[in-house]
Write a protein that binds this ligand. Structure first.
Ligand SMILES: NC(=O)C1=CN([C@@H]2O[C@H](COP(=O)(O)OP(=O)(O)OC[C@H]3O[C@@H](n4cnc5c(N)ncnc54)[C@H](OP(=O)(O)O)[C@@H]3O)[C@@H](O)[C@H]2O)C=CC1
Ligand SMILES: CC(=O)[C@@H](O)[C@H](O)COP(=O)(O)O
Ligand SMILES: [Mn+2]
Length: 372
């Protein structure tokens, strides 16, 4: 029986994780749940899964519950230190996930990682302390599966697939609305990652995530647009064999794999039936002129610390401003580029310094937004 802690249990990945765990009660037990501000949903989850401890980080709200109740960021730290878990699913959205992910990695056990922002910003520190990281992000889970049993020196390059988002074919991006940006063609996800998919920043963050996870230089991490989101990613080997992982777009598949690796669970989700649907699998180059965020991410990673932290912070501010209709969709990459230009921060020497740079870079990005 594996004891599972979920950071971000009330979100899209959190709920899909609970759905997987619920199907295998003999294999997994929920031991702790951490959420931001959705006390109502956390309470329902606590009633069903009966964890030893819960934490609401962003409100002082409290509900009576037969276990330990923590609040605030200090509360997450205490919960992680106190609760004895085998697997932590890291699924808080954004840079709010950096410290909880780091603390969970430090504690030992398996880190089932969905929160890509924590690797983008603090990959150096998290990979230093983590005992085992199994990716949950669909592309990285695909790469991880393709690399299974292969020698690292046989890898020529990895190829991340990107759906291209809802605006792949749209001429004019100036008048894009938040409602349109929140309609992902294939995946149902939280708001931040959905808008990032529409700008291609999600793929940029995933390139950096892949560099840390698989210890590869950015030159060996490529991106191809694949609008059907069936091929989740590919690896090209030294003999020019290409191995890919395919499946229906359902996050319960990579979540289940991260929980059960090296085994596979008998997971009842929709089968991929290519012959029934006459499904076409197509691939094309990303359009980096209309979607500059992808190139900005490569640039930030090549520039090194602290630029990936600044990139991510500015993106979070820009996405929030776009969703509040303060800036147009096309201003998102402009805010990020300008914030990176103005940023004058030192290289961080600890995860606490990463968090401080994130805070200051967000302040700077807000000023950039005001000046637009
Ligand atoms: N959704 C998906 O299919 C995929 C997501 N990912 C990544 O997984 C992560 C989560 O994404 P997703 O589930 O879509 O996001 P959601 O927005 O659906 O959920 C975010 C979760 O984080 C919690 N949260 C937010 N802020 C804080 C905070 N300060 N402290 C503690 N908890 C907080 C929310 O709590 P509350 O709601 O209670 O406020 C919620 O539980 C992201 O990094 C994303 O990029 C990666 C691949 C696929
Ligand atoms: C499901 C998942 O892993 C998301 O990160 C997904 O990749 C988003 O789709 P895009 O390919 O459009 O970024
Ligand atoms: Mn992904």
């Amino acid at each position: 029986m594996k004891r599972v802690l979920i950071l971000g249990s009330t979100g899209s990945i959190g709920e899909s994780s609970l759905d997987v765990i619920r199907r295998f009660p003999e294999r997994f037990k929920v031991i702790g749940l951490v959420a931001g501000r959705n006390g109502r949903k956390l309470r329902e989850q606590a009633e069903i899964f009966k964890p030893e401890a819960v934490c609401l980080v962003e409100t002082q709200e409290f509900f009576s519950f037969n276990g330990k109740f923590y609040t605030g960021l200090k509360g997450v730290k205490e919960l992680i230190e106190t609760v004895d878990f085998d697997i932590c699913i890291s699924a808080i959205s954004g840079s709010a996930g950096i410290l909880p992910t780091y603390w969970a990695a430090q504690k030992g056990g398996r880190l089932a990682l969905a929160n890509k922002e924590s690797l983008v910003c603090a990959g150096k520190f998290i990979t230093e302390v983590a005992k085992e990281i199994i990716p949950v992000d669909s592309e990285h889970s695909a790469i991880f599966q393709c690399l299974n049993g292969e020698r690292k020196d046989s890898v020529k390059e990895i190829i991340l697939t990107a759906s291209g988002g809802p605006f792949r074919k749209r001429e004019n991006l100036e008048d894009v609305t938040p409602e349109e940006a929140l309609k992902h063609p294939n995946w149902s996800m939280g708001t931040k990652v959905t808008v990032d998919s529409a700008t291609l920043m999600n793929k940029g963050l995933e390139v950096i995530e892949a560099c840390w996870l698989f210890n590869l230089p950015p030159e060996k991490v490529k991106v191809v647009i694949h609008p059907q989101s069936i091929v989740h990613s590919l690896v090209r080997f030294s003999d020019n064999s290409v191995i890919a992982q395919l499946g229906v777009p359902d996050m319960r598949i990579p979540i289940a794999y991260a929980l059960s690796y090296p085994e596979r669970l008998p997971l009842e989700v929709e089968e991929l039936r290519l012959e029934l649907f006459g499904l076409e699998l197509t691939f094309e180059e990303p359009d980096t002129e209309r979607f500059p965020c992808l190139e900005l991410a490569y640039k930030a990673f090549k520039m090194g610390y602290p630029y990936p932290i600044v990139l991510n912070a500015a993106d979070e501010v820009a996405v929030e401003s776009f969703l509040k209709r303060e800036i147009p969709f096309t201003a998102i990459p402009k805010v990020i580029e300008k914030t990176m230009e103005l940023a004058d921060f030192e290289e961080p020497s600890s995860v606490e310094e990463v968090v401080e740079i994130d805070r200051r870079a967000k302040e700077l990005a807000r000023k950039v937004v005001e000046c637009l």
